[in-house]
Design a protein around this ligand. Structure first.
Ligand code: IPM
Ligand code: MG
Length: 365
């Protein structure tokens, strides 16, 4: 019998359900036209789960997430839950999934589709052909470090604390992911931290250097994270793989996303130990300002599905097919509002989904 792939779909909040609906259609297409067998579960996460159960991730959904091959997540958060305590905020559901599934390696590829070169806020020659891989550490650093909290001092002042902390083993394992990936790409890794002001940054720099010795064929550079942000908007094509911590990775991947034309284009993969569950999600957030209007860009989510096919299901052919289909609809001039350019045709979320399915059909012949 053919292998059955299990996917837990967690649409989440804001535009999450809309974009996930289009990814679902691509999954159904793969089942019908490529003979792949999927077992799909669905559940609530984030604010949607908070509204239903008073918590952003129920124990049942967490358990299910541990059992499936892949979690496909839409987006979490929104102003509606701004007043909720941190441990029950929509974002806490996502962070718990990352931590509990030990998804320490976050791959965020920033690839500029040729058709979108003009949509970037940078000059076309700076982004044409851009292909960067940001490897963000995802289960450590200031996102999870203790102590944390807000306390009131005796003098009545309030004090907010978060802790940036990394251990050698955490740095070693994410560094290996980056070096392994670079070996399949252009063979260059740029490691980013703030070693000039932070001890944890100095440790990061030293321990990445230790692992580099295992990879003599890879060229390693170190760059201060602020300088990296500057270089990303000055001359982004100088980078191949960027490896960095949780917080800097969050920031730098948003910068890199915009180089490609829109945050609505960028997929991501959160991977753990080999063979375990992995989670795939668009880099963009829940975009509450445009939620429910049918205008969100479903491409980042559909490309996240392509990453799942490549990294979790060993279906590189189908992953490629999806990427080619996206390329095809963009080349044909179709644009959602976020990537709209003069002379192109602005389409809704659903029409973009239809068109990608249509392109899959024609490429599959
Ligand atoms: C991301 C997001 C998340 C993060 C939020 C939603 C918790 O910005 O995945 O980049 O900060 O990691
Ligand atoms: Mg972010």
């Amino acid at each position: 019998m053919d292998k059955e792939y299990t996917i837990l779909m967690l649409p989440g909040d804001g535009i999450g359900p809309e974009i996930m609906g289009e990814a679902r259609r691509v999954i159904d297409w793969l089942g019908a036209k490529r003979n792949l067998k999927f077992k799909i579960h669905e559940g609530l996460v984030g604010g949607a789960a908070y509204d239903a159960h008073g918590m952003p991730l129920s124990p049942e959904i967490l358990e299910l997430a541990k059992q499936v091959d892949v979690v496909l997540l839409g987006a979490v958060g929104g102003p509606k839950w701004a007043g909720v305590d941190y441990d029950r905020r929509p974002e806490a559901g996502l962070l718990t999934l990352r931590k509990e599934l030990e998804l320490f390696a976050n791959l965020r590829p920033a690839i500029c589709f040729e058709a979108l070169v003009e949509a970037s806020s940078l000059k076309p020659e700076l982004v044409s052909g851009l292909d960067i891989m940001i490897v963000r550490e995802l289960t450590g650093g200031v996102y999870f470090g203790e102590p944390r909290g807000i306390e009131t001092l005796e003098n009545g002042e309030r004090r907010g604390v978060n802790t940036q902390v990394y251990t050698t083993s955490e740095i070693h394992r994410i560094a290996r992911v980056a070096f392994d990936l670079a070996g399949k790409r252009d063979g260059r890794v740029t490691s980013c931290e703030k070693a000039n002001v932070m001890e944890s940054g100095l440790l990061w720099r030293e321990e990445v250097t230790v692992i580099a010795a295992e990879y003599p064929e890879i060229k390693l550079d170190h760059m201060l994270a602020d300088s990296c942000a500057m270089q990303l908007v000055r001359a982004p094509k100088q980078f191949d793989v960027i490896v960095t911590d949780n917080l800097f990775g969050d920031l730098l991947s948003d910068v890199a996303a915009m180089l490609t034309g829109s945050l609505g284009m960028l997929p991501s993969a959160a991977l753990g130990a080999k063979g375990g569950c992995a989670m795939y999600e668009p880099v963009h957030g829940s975009a509450p300002d445009i939620a429910g209007r049918g205008i969100a860009n479903p491409i980042a989510t559909i490309l996240s599905l392509a990453m799942a096919l490549r990294y979790s299901f060993d279906c590189a052919t189908e992953a490629r097919l999806i990427e080619d289909a996206v390329q095809k609809v963009l080349a044909a001039g179709l644009r959602t509002a976020d990537i709209m350019q003069p002379g192109r045709e602005q389409v809704s979320t659903a029409v973009m989904g239809d068109s990608i399915i249509g392109a899959l059909d024609s490429l599959n012949k």
